[in-house]
Write a protein that binds this ligand. Structure first.
Ligand SMILES: Cc1ncc(COP(=O)(O)O)c(C=O)c1O
Length: 374
């Protein structure tokens, strides 16, 4: 089965990982620092904390923002559950704002309507790799004293109005899962513009350990001492994983280029097909296309999903609206809240998109889809 997404690993990646395995540091060593520095360079020069996954990065980011019971996080339902669940786990209440019907991106007008004096975070998702309209979102967040968070699990390497992803929101999170734009196997990262948030994220992801003697509350111990002020977790990414990340980062421009070529090839080959809406691009953006989400019209999405997979083409549905998950339904969220997101979900189908996809693979996907829809 042709997968809908997969990693691209070459001998340089294998060698980079092997070199770290032969060295002294398997974790919490110089390769973690080097990877965080390289990510920072890509993402506007802000502090970066690597984490064990994109889910961990979101949880650490919300925890670093010091959310408390009663605080609200406004976010999109058209995302992987972790964008919202990280906020819920950190103690905040999630408020869903509807999406633009064409792009599936959070709609600034819906965000504006959802803001209250309790809003602490506006969390946008660069769905499919398309950066959101941060110049519209940031002033809305600023107006109520909230921060913007970009879940950039799909969009690392892209840009918006000439600014790189990582520099667009107050806080940004990445995922390095194998299907993403680059991989560390499992992995993720938090980028933040606020050094205090960066410190809290770093401490949270490292069990809450404080190592700075100037901040010690227990002052009668020896040079071995470290202490915990606020409870944390172990979300540390290893040197082995970061070696893979550093090696992959060198190829990110190549990955991005091929993803762009596949996007263009699908667009050209499918433009005239009735019953299909192609991914929309809005504004001055340079996406790295993580997904190729078409919308299958006329109620045929489930049929097309099944027939594509039967023909050996791995398609995927991204995503169930977050509040349809039983965990959120049990909290009282009801279907119908965000009609654009629900309609988008009912139509959306991600076609295979990854850098090693060949022209023949693209032709197979196109021919199979044409065969079903015509
Ligand atoms: C939009 C979005 N946010 C967060 C995540 C979580 O990332 P991870 O799978 O690395 O935990 C994913 C990945 O599945 C994602 O697609």
């Amino acid at each position: 089965m042709l997968p809908y997404g997969r990693q691209s690993i070459d001998e340089d990646d294998v060698e980079a990982v092997a070199a770290v395995l032969r060295g002294d540091w398997l974790t919490t060593g110089p390769t973690v620092t080097a990877y965080e520095e390289a990510l920072s360079e890509l993402a506007g020069g802000h502090p970066v904390v690597t984490c064990t996954s994109g889910t961990a990065a979101l949880h650490a980011a919300y925890s670093g923002l010091d959310l408390r019971a009663g605080d609200e996080v406004v976010t999109t339902p058209m995302t992987f559950v972790a964008t919202a669940s990280g906020a819920t786990l950190a103690g905040a209440e999630v408020v869903f704002a509807d999406v633009d019907p064409g792009t599936g991106l959070i709609d600034p007008a819906a965000v504006e309507a959802a803001l209250t004096e309790r809003t602490r975070v506006v969390a946008a998702v660069d769905y499919a790799g398309h950066p959101c309209d941060y110049d519209a979102l940031q002033p809305l967040a600023d107006r109520v004293g909230a921060v913007t968070l970009a879940d950039a699990a799909h969009s690392i390497g892209g840009s918006y109005r000439g600014r790189p992803v990582g520099d667009l929101a107050d806080v940004t999170t990445f995922s390095f899962f194998p299907t993403k734009n680059l991989t560390t196997t499992e992995g993720g990262a938090v980028v933040t513009k606020d050094p205090d948030v960066a410190r809290r994220v770093r401490e949270f992801h490292n069990i809450g350990l404080v190592r700075d003697p100037d901040r010690f509350e227990v002052t009668d111990q020896g040079p071995w001492h470290q202490e915990v002020h606020r409870l944390g977790v172990n979300y540390r990414l290893s040197d082995v994983a970061c070696a893979l990340g550093l090696s992959q980062l060198r190829r990110l421009p190549r990955f991005a280029r091929r993803r762009g070529e596949v996007f263009a090839a699908y667009g050209e080959a499918l433009a005239d097909l009735d019953g299909l809406a192609l991914p929309a691009m809005q504004g001055d953006v340079n996406p790295v296309w993580h997904l190729y989400p078409v919308r299958v019209l006329d109620g045929r999405r489930a049929e097309v999903y099944t027939r594509m997979r039967e023909a050996g083409v791995g398609v995927q549905v991204n995503y169930l609206p977050v509040y349809w998950h039983p965990a959120y339904a049990r909290l009282g969220y009801r279907r119908g809240m965000c009609p654009n997101a629900e309609r988008f979900y009912e139509q959306v189908l991600s076609l295979p998109m990854f850098p090693d996809l060949t022209d023949d693979d693209v032709a197979l996907v196109v021919d199979t889809l044409r065969g079903i829809l015509t």
